[in-house]
Design a protein around this ligand. Sequence first.
Ligand SMILES: [Zn+2]
Length: 465
Amino acid sequence: MPSNGRSANSAARSASRPVRESFDVVITAQRAVLPDGEQSCAIAVAGGRIAAIEPLSQRPPAHRTVTLTDDVVVLPGLVDSHVHICEPGNTDWEGFATASLAAAAGGVTTLVDMPLDCVPTTTDVAALEVKQASARGQCHVDVGFWGGVVPGNLEELSALSDAGVLGFKCFLVDSGSDEFPPVSAAEMEQALSVLADTELPLLVHAESAEVATALPMVNSAHYPDYLRARPRGIENLAVAQVIEAARRTGGHAHICHLSSSDAVPMLRSAQLEQVRITAETCPHYLALCAEDIADGMTTLKCSPPIRERANQGPLWNALGSGVIDAVVSDHSPCTPSMRQAASGDFGAAWGGIASLQLGLPVVWTAASARGFSLSAVARWMSEGPARLAGLPTKGGIEVGMDADFCVLAPEERFEVEAGRLAHRHPGTPYDGRSLLGVVRETWLRGRPIDRSEARGQLLSGRGRP
Ligand SMILES: [Zn+2]
């Protein structure tokens, strides 16, 4: 596994004058999203890393020059830190080859895989090794792994950290999988205590089991019935518990897939008080709303659920202010039969939205309508998730970072055809939608990704004590 040691930083961009020889390739871009905004520049690559960034007028010589037209923008390769790849064990749901090809087609160059929905679940080192072995040689983008926290495995966390996980994930409510049981709020706090002296985050599925058990089970094809069974309060209580556990322990807690905008003020005040708490949300909470979900549309079932239109604005505001600093897919696929399409029963259907390949255009379509820039989208979909996962060579176009790029035509529209997606199964709620932003090319370590060659590497975590 490669080390992720930082070898340079943004200061080098202006301070250094590159050695004017032997760059492998120079990309001349009329538009590139750099850390300080969008600008034209020449990006020089050597050995798979960004070696220099210069004004177009000072384009360095290279073995090869790629000249991009002004209808495309170079973004840092996206980092999707919340993906359920399901292999090994449920490879008929998704797998490393299909997920990484879908990622590449969607401008994503780094995936971090969740520790459940696979067999075995990633809750000890032996299971991590099984997963690494099954991933090796079939990934088209780089892939890292989260470890799992389940009741009784606290003593495994140190060994899992040493073995390379990027951090940990736990559930406070039934995960839907008997192999990955939830922890209590007290156990979640214990895990944060164990991790407090490390840089590794604990990602929390923040829905409260206490609230959930007091609500009726739903067997209905009517979406409002499902929504009533997972009200905002189910998240609000859990988020409050996570914040207070992070405050007491000093550990870094991260709220997965925040849907309830009620929780934003709590997060903001805790962040102002220097509590180590961060949060992500997902494209579906930003672009879709409950009022538009027809009866039986079980491809839109997820938990926490997609909420009312009025919930959306505050989530966007939280992204604008930085309270939420990442947008990730929570790509959670399954076989078509698990969707219960015949009955349309939201209670029986598998929860999870398949959207890995479409995250960028879904978010960009909605973000641009609200006046956000591509720089903001890159912060949420590349820089933020890379920071969470502790990957200093990912998440930005800066000297020293991996030469991972997404070449996007941001003004071009396309219509989603689910059957043409690279996901293992075509089920996606975005089928037939018109979206803005076509990914023309995705580069991994200085070269466009070519589906005939699986060049993705397995990423190792910080592993620091
Ligand atoms: Zn998930």
